[in-house]
Ligand binder design. Structure first.
Ligand code: UT7
Length: 333
């Protein structure tokens, strides 16, 4: 028997306000048909004024703790691209609001790969005996960094949070995080970026440009890089675990675009119906995407005890990562 991090609870939360494709089409040169056929998205949730990323993270964290019947954790990691403030990190505030004022808490910034990066950190903290219980949260208020006039990004992204509580257990038991593969290539930094708000802007010596506050993405290049790296990373982590593609019961890919998930499944030779999808209802929620899909898949009975699950993501940086785990026996609801 070898020590491993085991999924003990899962929770997801989306803010109540729904924005449909038709609503976007009233103010942008787009249509419900274009968005559905090119992305698979029918609607997304967005935060109301005054709601922050930590608000979403706390809700998801509470649900994961409740699902695990746990009263806390001894490490909190928040993956986010949209922290409440540039400084300090969002995780300590989230931990404090969960009643955890004396535990380590830090943010992970790997954009849409953020949850897989945070899962690796949480899992490693357990196996290294640094922590017995780790709350890993992905949370985004992505709508707050979108250019309302940019139809290429406004139709894709949504807000939400998902959380997983990891506990110390054995690699052989259901729920164990088995292997994680991570990668990055900073030469692709400009493909997904918010140019303003950082040191580059402050040291330029010129007035900040308002348009630099917004998220920008070269969608086409990202699409091809995402498919390539998610498929390659998936193959790498499957080899580490000793699984064949046919062994995978469920693919939980970053919900970037339904065509990306289908292309990854196709490249791997995995039947597309094994993919867990919630992009139609929540859009691309970046670092929250995978844990929200896990919560959704569990609620809908798509993830059941003992399932062999592959997670895979690609995001800004560029960053990518994949993980293998078996699904635990958790209460639903
Ligand atoms: O989360 C990780 C990072 N993000 C992603 O992984 C997203 C990756 N990229 C994508 O999902 C896709 O590239 C997009 C959804 C962003 C765009 O889809 P696409 O099929 O690659 O479209 P395209 O950029 O090739 O554009 C096709 C056409 C263009 O018109 P023309 O030049 O053919 O006349 C665009 O101007 O669609 C047009 N277009 C739109 N039309 C209606 C682009 N955005 C829209 C829109 N509504 N929202």
């Amino acid at each position: 028997m070898s020590r491993a991090a085991v999924v003990a609870g899962v929770g997801g939360y989306v803010p109540p306000r729904v924005v449909t494709n038709d609503e976007l089409a009233q103010r942008l040169d787009t249509s419900d048909t274009w968005i559905r056929t090119r992305t698979g998205i029918a609607q997304r949730h967005v935060v109301d004024a005054g709601t922050t990323t930590s608000d979403l993270a706390v809700e998801a964290g509470l649900r994961a703790l409740k699902n695990a019947s746990a009263d806390g954790a001894d490490l909190v990691i928040v993956a986010t691209t949209t922290p409440d403030r540039p400084c300090p990190a969002t995780a300590p505030a989230v931990a404090a609001r969960l009643g955890l004022t004396d535990v380590p808490a830090y943010d992970v910034a790997a954009v849409c790969s953020g949850f897989v990066y945070a899962l690796q950190a949480g899992s490693a903290a357990v196996t290294a005996r640094f922590a017995e219980r780790v709350l890993v949260i992905g949370a985004e208020s992505f709508s707050t960094i979108l250019d309302p006039a940019d139809r290429t990004t406004s139709v894709i992204f949504g807000d939400g949070a998902g959380a997983v509580l990891l506990r110390a257990g054995e690699r052989e038991e259901p729920g164990a995080v088995l292997d994680v593969h991570l990668g990055s290539d900073g030469s692709m930094a400009d493909l997904i970026t918010v140019r303003g708000g950082g040191v580059e802007e402050r040291t330029r010596g010129a007035e900040p440009r308002p348009e630099d506050r917004y998220f920008r993405m070269d969608g086409k290049s990202v699409f091809f890089a995402a498919v390539r790296h998610m498929a390659e990373s998936s193959r790498t982590v499957l080899a580490s675990t000793g699984w064949e593609v046919a062994d995978i019961d469920r693919l939980v890919g970053h919900q970037a675009n339904i065509r990306i998930i289908q292309a990854v499944a196709d490249q791997l030779g995995l039947p597309p119906e094994r993919a867990v999808l919630n992009i139609d209802r929540v859009g691309n929620t970046s670092a929250a995407s995978i844990p929200l899909a896990l919560a959704d898949g569990m609620a809908n009975g798509l993830l059941t005890a003992g399932d062999r699950v592959l997670l895979t993501a690609f995001g800004g940086g560029a960053t990518w990562g994949s993980a293998t785990l078996t699904w635990p026996d958790l209460p639903v609801g």
